[in-house]
Design a protein around this ligand. Structure first.
Ligand SMILES: Cc1cc2nc3c(=O)[nH]c(=O)nc-3n(C[C@H](O)[C@H](O)[C@H](O)COP(=O)(O)OP(=O)(O)OC[C@H]3O[C@@H](n4cnc5c(N)ncnc54)[C@H](O)[C@@H]3O)c2cc1C
Length: 404
């Protein structure tokens, strides 16, 4: 990469630059902040969006491990208890069959008594709380309204990130948390496997007259998938996954048509439905970076692994990446070692990648099976549900993935 000659005044130095103030970038800033290192977070959105992020339709299912990490980072305590919804149990249904794969309410999770598989929290609330948790630290500086457009990591001891206004940020380590479509990852020369599912996920909240029993449902109907995420007893987040060619049929519906459509899909299970939020859609593209680090740089969150949302692993893996990398950096800083050394970054990859690869490919294989509507695939789907239900070790393994 070429280095642009810049006037000295345009160069600013710090220990760590984090690109992207999404939930992963903010959690990383908070995890490093107590070390006293100087940290600069660059975010292309404006400050008002970070202070009060708008509702984006995403309800994030979090594992017990993620809860523990968010508690440790004092993010959890900044979310109102009324906005943290316990996910008691979950059921999976194949097509029109009444057979259900049931993940029951656990009694233990991570060695402690528990009465839920996990927790549902709106993405905008996680983002707001994570931002608030970082604000207490004076050694963390935010640059809003600007993007990183170029990276130069040819120097042995420092890395330079060039902003869209020409300013250069020089640091010992750069962490890219700039989404699954990360341009910084590309700048760093890190290749990624991308899988375009050719489908879109549409999300919105519905109020209903009958109870959801705090149970999540994943209904693999033929042609489309409908997931139900229980919030309050009569308030549910609906997640429709559908081929791109049919997306507009849903998005162009009036609220009354959508309410009737969902009621029909559920055969009245939740009674009368009323749309209770704005509607949001996300194209489904899975991404797995081939490496999680390059010279003096690392990728975290969706920039490392962007999962299909069906198994609800995305931000949970993002938090795992924060937990692993922040521990290594903080230890190095405390012991006066180089926080951007190749050894440290390779150790991050060694600890994180085996788990992400298995989940990424396992999830994609499951999606291929459950979105294939040919008669043999339907039969295999039904068999998979029955085997999973009746083989306690397999069911336990899946439950462990859900609870973390
Ligand atoms: C419908 C849906 C449901 C989901 N459900 C779940 C779930 O149940 N459980 C779960 O764990 N996960 C779930 N996820 C995944 C979860 O939302 C993501 O994993 C998480 O939001 C990723 O956070 P991030 O910080 O890595 O990236 P992002 O949230 O994408 O943030 C990236 C940030 O970087 C900024 N940025 C980008 N480029 C630049 C640049 N060049 N310079 C400066 N800033 C830049 C962006 O403005 C943005 O603020 C779901 C996702 C979807 C779409």
């Amino acid at each position: 990469m070429t280095t642009k000659k810049q006037p000295a005044a345009l160069i600013e130095e710090c220990d760590v630059v984090i690109v992207g103030a999404g939930p992963a970038g903010l959690s990383m800033a908070r995890a490093l902040a107590p070390s006293g290192m100087t940290i600069t977070v660059v975010e292309k959105n404006d400050q008002a969006t970070l202070v009060d992020p708008p509702f984006d339709g995403r309800e994030i299912a979090l594992t017990h491990y993620s809860k523990e990490l968010m508690q440790k980072l004092q993010i959890w305590s900044k979310i109102s208890p009324e906005e943290i919804y316990p996910l008691r149990d979950a059921k999976v249904i194949n097509g029109s069959s009444s057979y259900q794969l049931h993940f029951e309410q656990p009694s233990m999770a991570r060695g402690k008594p528990a009465n839920s598989l996990g927790f549902l929290i709106s993405n905008h609330n996680i983002r707001r709380a994570a931002y608030e948790a970082v604000l207490a630290y004076e050694n963390v500086r935010f640059i809003y309204d600007h993007s990183i457009t170029e990276v130069n990591n040819t120097q042995p001891d420092t890395i330079e990130a060039v902003m869209d206004n020409g300013q250069i940020l020089k640091s010992k380590l750069l962490i890219a948390a700039d989404s699954r479509f990360s341009s910084v990852r590309r700048q760093l020369g890190i290749a990624a496997q991308m899988h375009d599912f050719g489908r879109t996920v549409i999300v919105f909240r519905m109020r209903h007259t009958l109870t959801n029993q705090h149970t999540a449902f994943e209904c693999f109907h033929y042609g489309r998938t409908l997931a139900l995420l229980p919030l309050e007893e009569n308030l549910t987040n609906c997640v429709i996954t559908i081929n791109n060619e049919h997306v507009n049929q849903i998005l162009s519906m009036t609220p009354a048509q959508l309410e009737e459509d969902i009621k029909q899909q559920l055969r009245g299970k939740l009674g009368e439905m009323t749309l209770a939020s704005t509607i949001h859609s996300y194209p489904l593209v899975g991404v797995h970076a081939n490496a999680f680090y390059a010279q003096r740089s690392a990728v975290i969150g969706d920039a490392a692994v962007g999962m299909h949302p069906v198994t609800a692993h995305g931000f949970n893996l993002g938090l795992n990446s924060v937990g692993i990398l922040a521990r290594l950096i903080n230890e190095a800083a405390q012991q006066g070692r180089d926080i951007g050394s190749k050894n440290l970054l390779a150790s991050y990859q060694r600890h994180h990648m085996p788990h992400t690869r298995a989940l990424y490919h396992g999830t994609n294989a499951m999606i291929s099976l459950f979105t294939n509507d040919t008669p043999p695939a339907r039969l295999v789907r039904s068999l998979v549900l029955r085997v999973s239900n009746n083989l306690p070790p397999l069911k336990k393994l899946i439950s462990l993935q859900l609870t973390g």
